[in-house]
Design a protein around this ligand. Structure first.
Ligand SMILES: Cc1cc2nc3c(=O)[nH]c(=O)nc-3n(C[C@H](O)[C@H](O)[C@H](O)COP(=O)(O)OP(=O)(O)OC[C@H]3O[C@@H](n4cnc5c(N)ncnc54)[C@H](O)[C@@H]3O)c2cc1C
Length: 373
């Protein structure tokens, strides 16, 4: 009998898992609390380990239509713009790691993934409020009164995961002491900068600033990280003014300040993570993405890990007969890799040695999943 699987959360992680599970032949439904599928916050880097999985799901055409393959990465000093490091990205990434690096607007990425999944199986306005594992099935309840009984339930409901709380109890995420300003700039406003078609990162005291193209090159995305003692919602709003972002990057190179000043929208984002969990699954219920292993974004790998999780989960459920065994197998395969990345992101180690990059980018979920267990 075909397994019925509920994925809670229609973010990048949940939808990728849904596509992978659907393509593997399972009966999959996604339950998303929001009234529509959407992603805020602008752009995202998709490293080769993530684009490899998305390519395997047949999404290359959509990604190339919406995203950008940056030609290079250029690291510069905050005040005088001096080059600290410069390296080619594409097409070299494909030669070195077998897949390309991409920068893309989050909403575009989500739309490309969602297009590969039947829309009628995405249930919007469904906020999970409770669940119960019965050994051979899982039952779940939603705020709108809906109720489901499925063979497997996957919590892909982000850093404040209700599924995680139901399985392992409540615990507040830890503030990184860091906030990120994120903005999008229409490229015609900064044409005078004549930026090359790549990513740039600027390094300064207690802060750094990254910019890259998204939306077929029509928008420049920026993220500026600065240190910050404490975070409380009353003092900050999620939408930052451009003036506030400019003040945070006072004294920085004219290029950085020109980009911030030209922004169309500017958000502020506080950074949180959690300690690694020793396990993610209880019976026929498991976790995926930020629900199981939120990490600081300094390695640019949070969504990539969620994407790898989805592919691995689908392979395990396909290869291992008993669903609870398959979930245990899935977490055993995933835990060491994501825990190492959580730790690297927390240490902000900046380890970009060739060995580390190979470990990170050459990784292929297909290599670690046995066909039979
Ligand atoms: C500043 C910043 C920059 C980043 N840059 C990168 C990068 O360049 N590359 C990269 O790979 N990663 C990056 N990340 C990390 C990445 O954004 C996350 O790891 C990723 O989005 C997590 O995806 P997810 O699907 O697991 O969770 P989420 O995106 O949080 O999705 C969870 C979904 O579940 C829904 N939901 C929540 N609760 C419920 C409920 N009770 N019932 C039903 N639905 C629910 C939510 O509405 C949401 O749609 C960055 C993060 C930050 C903060």
């Amino acid at each position: 009998m075909t397994l019925r699987i509920a994925v809670i959360g229609g973010g990048i992680g949940g939808l990728t898992a849904a596509v992978a599970l659907y393509q593997a032949g399972f009966e999959v439904d996604v339950y998303e609390q929001a009234p529509e599928l959407t992603e805020v916050g602008g752009g995202i880097n998709m490293a080769p380990n993530a684009t490899r999985v998305l390519r395997g799901l047949g999404l290359t055409e959509g990604l190339d239509r919406e995203g950008v393959r940056p030609c290079s990465t250029h690291q510069r000093r905050w005040r005088d713009g001096r080059t600290l490091q410069r390296a080619p990205l594409n097409p070299l990434c494909e030669e070195l790691y077998g897949a390309w690096h991409m920068t893309i607007h989050r909403a575009d990425l989500l739309a490309v993934i969602a297009a590969a999944f039947p829309a009628e199986r995405v249930h919007l306005g469904h906020r999970l409020i409770g669940l119960s594992d019965h050994g051979d099935s899982t039952e779940a309840w939603f705020e709108n009164g809906a109720h489901i009984m499925v063979d497997v339930l996957v919590g892909a409901d982000g850093i404040h995961s209700a599924v995680r709380s139901a399985l392992f109890g409540d615990e507040e995420p830890a503030f990184a002491g860091c906030v990120a300003y994120r903005g999008l700039v229409p490229v015609e406003r900064i044409a005078d900068l004549a930026l090359e078609y790549g990513s740039q990162s600027w390094v300064g005291p207690g802060a750094h600033f990254v910019h890259y193209f998204v939306s077929r090159g029509r928008l420049l995305n920026f993220v500026g990280w600065t240190e910050h003692d404490s975070w409380n919602r009353e003092d900050w709003t999620d939408r930052a003014t451009i003036a506030r972002a400019l003040a945070a990057f006072e004294g920085w190179h004219a290029q950085v300040r020109t980009i911030i000043a030209a922004a169309e929208t500017c958000f502020i984002w506080a950074l949180f993570d959690r300690d690694p969990l020793p396990r993610w699954s209880v019976g026929r219920t498991t976790l995926l993405g930020d629900a199981s292993h939120p990490m600081y974004p300094f390695m640019g790998q949070g969504a990539a890990m969620a994407i790898e999780d989805g592919a691995t989960l689908a392979s395990c459920l396909g290869a291992v007969g008993d669903p609870a065994d398959a979930l245990r197998h899935y977490e055993r395969l995933r835990l060491p890799r994501v825990t190492r990345l959580q730790q690297m992101s927390r240490a902000n180690s900046g380890d970009r040695s060739p060995d580390t990059l190979r470990w990170l980018y050459q990784f292929d979920t297909a290599d670690v999943v046995p066909t039979q267990v």
